[in-house]
Design a protein around this ligand. Structure first.
Ligand code: NAD
Length: 279
């Protein structure tokens, strides 16, 4: 079994992105909008801040309390869309219930939509154009490339159909000529399907959801899940790593697998957006 070391791959990629940034005439700029009192969101923004500083990306953070109104956020996005020093805009999720996040995504200029959630970019991805695609599935694709895992003609099963992970993951795999099945909470006989997978990508959000009896011998296992164990600080994935590791050919650890890839792909998307906007 080979561990897909996202931490190492992301570190190497970080150096490449830094070199790219050094060669640019302008400093890439990222605006992050964070709404509400969510401690996980604040942690993610802190992590983004740190890596932006390391790479040489300007980061502007906009924090709002739970009472902010939709129109205030739309006004901010509109202003940032026209701001020359800003090349990427993202809205940190989750947001409070009264905020319509899909409308916010729609308001972000497609060329600055570095999360790939604007309907224009979602549509382009479904047409086979990988312009600005969502970062977690992009990170998974990068791991496949880095470890020489062929996708063409492979049976890929994606569990989860969220806009952030499952759906764009399926699109990227189709675009790479894989045969793709998407499973979700209403899927029947899940194990019958997962046992057919050459490559199994799990994005459910339930600790130890996938066990060894649900996978095929030598399958490639990508564990996207991030779950807190018994309210402690320990993070576990959606895959029962201990049982599955003896049966699969490749597996991503949690932590240290998909997580570091997500944030580095965000950096890559900011630089890509900056290059496209300023060319
Ligand atoms: P989500 O809650 O939006 O989606 C979960 C999906 O799982 C849904 O589509 C649902 O249909 C499916 N599901 C739920 N129960 C199921 C069942 N019994 N059988 C089959 N499918 C089932 O979550 P999300 O945003 O896609 O995130 C999924 C997980 O990935 C979470 O743990 C999240 O924290 C993690 N995540 C990690 C990263 C990263 O960078 N590593 C990024 C995004 C999300």
């Amino acid at each position: 079994m080979v561990l897909l070391d996202g931490k190492k791959v992301a570190n190497n990629l970080k150096k490449e992105i830094m070199e790219k940034v050094n060669k640019l005439d302008v400093k890439p700029g990222l605006a992050v909008i964070c709404i509400g009192e969510n401690s996980a969101s604040k942690l993610y923004v802190t992590l983004k801040h740190k890596i932006c500083e390391e790479i040489g990306i300007n980061i502007e953070e906009y924090f709002f309390d739970n009472h902010v109104q939709q129109n205030e956020l739309i006004e901010l996005i509109d202003r940032l869309n026209h701001e020359e020093t800003i090349h990427g805009i993202l809205v940190q999720s989750p947001v409070p219930y009264h905020i319509n996040i899909l409308e916010l995504f729609e308001k972000i200029a497609p060329e600055k939509d570095i999360d790939g959630f604007n309907p224009i970019n979602v549509g382009k991805l479904s047409q086979g154009l990988n312009e600005l695609a969502p970062c977690t599935p992009l990170g998974v694709m990068h791991l496949f490339k880095e470890y020489g895992i062929e996708l063409e003609g492979k049976n890929c099963v994606v569990i989860g159909r969220s806009n952030i992970v499952g759906r764009p993951m399926a699109q990227l795999l189709i675009n790479a000529n894989a045969t793709v099945t998407v499973c979700h909470s209403k899927t029947r006989n899940l194990a019958d399907i997962t046992k057919q997978a050459d490559i199994l990508i799990v994005a459910v959000g339930k600790a130890n959801f996938i066990t060894a009896d649900m996978i095929k011998d030598n399958a490639v296992i990508i564990d996207v899940g991030i779950n807190r164990k018994d309210d402690s600080k320990e993070i576990v994935g959606d895959v029962d790593f201990e049982s599955v590791k003896n049966k699969c050919s490749y597996i991503t650890p949690v932590p240290g697998g998909v997580g570091p890839m997500t944030i580095i792909m965000l950096m890559e998307n900011v630089v890509k957006a900056c290059e496209n906007i300023t060319k």
